[in-house]
Write a protein that binds this ligand. Structure first.
Ligand code: CP
Length: 303
């Protein structure tokens, strides 16, 4: 593994290796021991061209827990605002020789272009609607911790699929690891092409989550919807596609509810369900984000 740009480039054994190491860090940070200087003298640089709370902060935690130094480069106060090009910016930052770069960008494939120009490992922290590989890894870790294995799990990913990099990366990972994956969305959010073979599509939430072990809700990403003609209003959307306690009865009794965040309460999920720890695993997903990113940094920087 030279970079981490998407899940589709990883083999099953590489995914297992990352998840096993992530679980090692989960156990270590909850009362065990780990090498707190594993990445001593390494400098990790985060380049976030798009907003983030969870991803950027958990990469910060991950790097610091492993003893790395951190540079959180800030696009908003950079010379991009003096018309420096993206390519010149990347070449300039690369010339300072970071040991790893973590990048989020709204442009499709931007991390791939950065990886072509950088001499160090590049980790994709989310690009456009294309890929968000570390989100899929932390989601898988969360499912395995509770359900034991991904093989044979019935997983429904529901909502704004067509604008979701989370859905794409999860689709690659979950189908590769043997889960039964469903996409549940109104026609408006149905992707033109499924990211991988073997996904079953439902346009009814009630039918789509029937007998599911895991239901993952997605935010309606209004900022990515260029033509909003045909987009249901929030109340109509919640009525038809919002997950509630009542709706969740169609799934298995021990179903877990996930959401990558940020969530919109009262649009794709009710606030009551989001806060119900019997079902909701959103806080666990955030916690696991640190462990999954520690594993990725460790594997990429200590080869
Ligand atoms: N899930 C996720 O990527 O959240 P942030 O946008 O807050 O990083």
């Amino acid at each position: 593994m030279e970079h981490l740009l998407d899940i589709d480039e990883l083999s099953v054994s590489e995914i297992k290796e990352i998840l096993d190491l992530a679980q090692f860090y989960a156990d270590a940070l909850n009362g065990g021991e780990w090498d707190r200087e594993k990445l001593k003298d390494k400098v990790v640089m985060t380049l976030f061209f798009e907003n983030s709370t969870r991803t950027v902060t958990s990469f910060n935690f991950a790097a610091l827990r492993l003893g790395a130094e951190l540079i959180n480069w800030n696009a908003g106060v950079s010379s991009l605002n003096k018309n420096e090009s993206f390519q010149d910016t990347i070449d300039t930052l690369g010339a300072m020789k970071p040991d790893a770069v973590v990048i989020r960008h709204s442009e499709y494939g931007a991390p791939i272009k950065v990886a072509e120009r950088m001499e160090c490992p590049v980790i994709n922290a989310g690009d456009s609607y294309r890929a968000h590989p570390t989100q899929a890894l932390l989601d898988a870790l969360t499912m395995i911790q509770e359900k034991g294995s991904l093989k044979g799990l019935n997983v429904a990913i529901c909502g704004d699929i067509s604008h979701s990099r989370v859905a794409n990366s999860n689709a690659h990972l979950l189908t590769k690891m043997g889960a039964n994956l469903r996409f549940v969305a109104p026609d408006f959010f149905k992707p033109e092409k499924m990211p991988v073979k073997g996904i079953t599509y439902y346009d009814s939430l009630d039918e789509g989550i029937d007998d599911c072990d895991v239901v993952m809700m997605l935010r309606v990403q209004k900022e990515r919807i260029a033509d909003k003609k045909g987009l249901p209003d929030d109340d109509t959307y919640f009525k038809n596609y919002g997950l509630t306690h009542e709706r969740l009865k169609a799934a298995k009794p021990d179903v877990m509810v996930m959401h990558p965040g940020p969530m919109n309460r009262g649009i794709e999920i009710s606030g009551e369900l989001a806060d119900d720890m019997k079902y909701s695993r959103m806080a666990k997903q955030v916690e696991n984000g640190v462990y999954a990113r520690m594993a990725v940094l460790d594997l990429l920087l200590t080869k």
